[in-house]
Design a protein around this ligand. Structure first.
Ligand code: ADP
Ligand code: MG
Length: 728
């Protein structure tokens, strides 16, 4: 008997939900472990408090003396809550978060010690960062990178550690993390959007990008998950026959949350409340053992930090509940994968959502301006937007057998389609008073405050307008939202800058009125952005053909998709907006291509190992049992034995066939891997991994999965899909 699998099953069957006690109301504990405004008021001097607030609101610098005051207050607060250590918390390009804990404790001689944490330690640290990916920016043996405090994201306590959100940059100034370019992009969108807002309201001084992510994940019993070497090493199953029942009955989606999962979620939510992550909804997803968690949206930088933190917290709490969380985009073949919808909007310091229709024609013109500019931005940069969500794991969704497709398109709904059609016919140049009135009353004025049809229930659109926000749905569940948010806000900033220049030119040179100029520019944008608009089923062959005709990109694999990141246009865009310089763009590209290679390389090794060392020996063992059986039959029946051994003989042959196929394909894959490893150009290497190595995974898997159906269940060493997916 295959001991590990059955041991794991037995363990999983004895599980009980962990008892969770909720002591206080959620609202009472919300943000308790966050150094937020209330806490700062309590622990900081007035000067220090104002200085932090000014840094948050206006990006002003905090001087060193004040930093000392702040660190003292922060330390007092942290120690009062039981913290013993502090860390600069950052998001290097590995995808995980990083931290290095230092104790507050410091000996001062004479056998005495004090708790110390000064402004210097708050503001800047130098982690030994030689082994974080840097794409050649920083000579690895130099290891000169530093982390610097980001006061716009509040410090928090996790466990007994005070965590200080920071950026991570090289001494030469280049960003080595996700946060730095994001902060720069948020600055760019702020300034570009404020300029455009001024057409409508002179009082607007700040525009914030908002992000509300929806995190999908699988929750698998820990013993079962860790009994599978592929899940353990790669986060997904590299083989496994689909179970007789999958998701076809739709009985999991929005169904009752199983008890153990519920206990996990409640525990998780309590922790989120303490950390100030405003989680709000939880429900089952489409696939068995798949769930979703979503917070109330927040300022984008904070929301990104919250999501990164959440993924860490989810992992840790899962241990307590004997679960393993799978964030991989496609942990199981044949059932739905996981995504992370990024709901995005822009809002002003005067409290207006720029992507929400308003009550008056004027506010609706402002809405249309931002709405149409978003469409234009996506239209002009669709390939870059696709690139920003490319990863080896997300390739299993985009461009594979699952919606959304690798083609970026924008869904806007029936009502807004009509509005755009009307606006397309606006007269060129000056508008007659009648036309203006008509536009105000019948077009702009008729945009309902609530857009009822904007739910896009077919859910196949990768970028959908859903009433008062755009929803970027193609983001992978494992991804750091900073990448898509950086790109989206950058392309929008660029678009708004261009828009303002065009409108101003019409006002100055053609002496058009402001409204007329805006209508004129929007009309042209609508005409130019038609290719990106698509309302139909994004997951169909017809759309693929149609999209090709329209000239939209359809990059199905990561190596193909990433290339555009180092195109002249992209490098120029990031440079122009001050988001990334050329070195940073190129370094990131290199890191991502390399990461792709490593990913496929590891998967290849693991698959080869499982196929040869687990599957084949098991198949041989079973075949030997069959052979013994046939021999016995021959002994009893003599030359007549074939009559009784027919099935067994067939099985013996089938098994041999599959074993042969597995071995030859694993050999082929290993050879391809070797020759790919010898390619020194990283781009070509990724290409080889993608088109030479990876296709063999499917071949190998096919034969392993066939064997799973043939071999005695008692012997099969790998925990099966039904056990992984239906154990609650
Ligand atoms: P869905 O039907 O996709 O589940 P929801 O209305 O539940 O849509 O919203 C999903 C996410 O969108 C939540 O995180 C929510 O906070 C966020 N969201 C709602 N309004 C906005 C907005 N204006 N800007 C950004 N995110 C938003
Ligand atoms: Mg959604």
């Amino acid at each position: 008997m295959s001991t590990l699998r059955f041991h794991a099953i037995k363990e999983s069957l004895n599980r009980k939900p962990i008892k969770i006690e909720e002591l206080e109301r959620r609202s009472a504990i919300f943000g308790q472990n966050v150094f937020n405004e209330d806490t700062m008021r309590q622990f900081l001097t007035k000067e220090a408090f104002n200085s932090v607030m000014d840094a948050i609101q206006n990006g002003s610098k905090i001087d060193r003396v004040v930093a000392d005051h702040i660190s003292t207050g922060m330390k007092e607060w942290a120690i009062s809550k039981g913290a013993t250590h502090y860390t600069h918390w950052f998001q290097p390009l590995t995808g995980a978060t990083a931290e290095k804990h230092d104790a507050f404790f410091e000996p001062i001689g004479g056998g005495r010690a004090i708790e110390k944490f000064g402004g210097g330690q708050l503001v800047q640290q130098e982690p030994d960062a030689s082994s974080f990916p840097n794409g050649g920016i920083r000579n690895t043996f130099e290891a000169r990178g530093y982390t610097a405090w980001d006061p716009t994201s509040p410090a928090f306590i996790y466990g007994t550690t005070l965590c200080i959100p920071t950026v991570f940059v090289a001494y030469t100034g280049e960003a080595l993390d996700y946060k730095t370019p994001l902060l720069r992009a948020l600055q760019a969108i702020d300034s570009a959007a404020v300029d455009v807002c001024k057409y409508f309201d002179k009082n607007v001084k700040k525009v914030n990008a908002s992000l509300g992510w929806e995190q999908e994940y699988f929750l698998i019993d820990r013993a079962l998950a860790t009994s599978r070497p592929d899940i353990l090493m790669t986060g997904r199953t590299l083989l496994g026959h689909s179970s007789a029942k999958g998701q076809q009955l739709d009985d999991h989606y929005f169904g009752t949350i199983p008890n153990r999962a519920m206990a996990y979620m409640r525990d998780l939510e309590t922790e989120c409340m303490l950390l100030g992550i405003p989680v709000k909804t939880r429900h089952n997803e489409v696939a068995p053992n798949q769930f979703e968690l979503a917070p109330i949206y927040d300022e984008a930088n904070l929301a990104v930090d919250h999501n990164s933190l959440l993924m860490d917290v989810m992992d840790k709490i899962a241990e307590r509940h004997n679960f393993k969380v799978l964030f991989h985009e496609k942990p199981f073949a044949g059932v739905n994968g996981s995504g992370k919808h990024n709901n995005w909007s822009l809002s002003t310091d005067t409290g207006v959502n720029l992507l929400g229709p308003g009550k008056t024609p004027m506010s609706n013109l402002q809405f249309l301006t931002f709405f149409i500019n978003t469409i234009k931005a996506v239209n002009d940069n669709e390939e870059l937007l696709r690139a920003t969500i490319a990863s080896a794991s997300n390739d299993h969704r985009l461009g594979a057998n699952e919606a959304p497709p690798a083609i970026i398109s924008v869904f806007i709904g029936e009502q807004l389609t009509k509005v755009l059609n009307e606006l397309e016919n606006v007269t060129t140049g000056k508008l007659s008073p009648e036309e203006k009135t008509d536009l105000k009353l019948n077009v702009v004025g008729k945009i309902p405050e609530i857009l009822l049809d904007n739910t896009d229930r077919n859910r196949t659109s990768p970028f959908a307008f859903t009433g008062n926000k755009f929803e970027f749905r193609a983001v992978g569940s494992k991804a750091n939202c900073a990448s898509p948010m950086t790109v989206l806000n950058t392309i929008m900033a660029k678009q708004l800058i261009d828009f303002k220049a065009e409108v101003d030119a019409l006002i100055e040179k053609k002496s058009l009125k402001k409204d007329e100029a805006i209508f004129n520019v929007l009309r042209e944008y609508i005409k130019k952005s038609k290719n990106i608009l698509f309302e139909g089923n994004g997951y169909s062959e017809e759309w693929e053909k149609e999209a090709k005709k329209r000239g939209l990109s359809n990059n199905k694999t990561t190596p193909e998709a990433l290339k555009v990141k180092v195109s002249k246009k992209a490098i120029k865009l990031f440079e122009e907006l001050g988001v990334m310089n050329k070195i940073e763009s190129e370094a990131r590209y290199e890191i991502e291509v390399e990461e792709y290679v490593l990913h496929i390389q590891i998967e290849g090794r693991v698959l080869g190992d499982i196929a040869r060392n687990h599957v084949v020996p098991t198949a041989v063992r079973y075949q030997n049992i069959l052979i013994e059986n046939v021999k016995g039959l021959k002994e009893i029946y003599g030359s007549d034995f074939k009559k009784f051994a027919k099935e067994q003989l067939n099985l013996i042959e089938d098994i041999s066939g599959h074993i042969e196929a597995i071995n030859s394909n694993v050999t082929k894959m290993t050879d391809e891997r070797r020759s790919a490893n010898n390619v020194s150009d990283v781009e070509k290497k990724a290409h080889a991994y993608c088109f030479k190595v990876k296709p063999l995974f499917d071949e190998i898997r096919y034969h392993c999965d066939k064997l799973e159906l043939l071999v005695d269940d008692e012997l099969w060493p790998l925990t099966k899909y039904r056990e992984l997916l239906f154990t609650k």
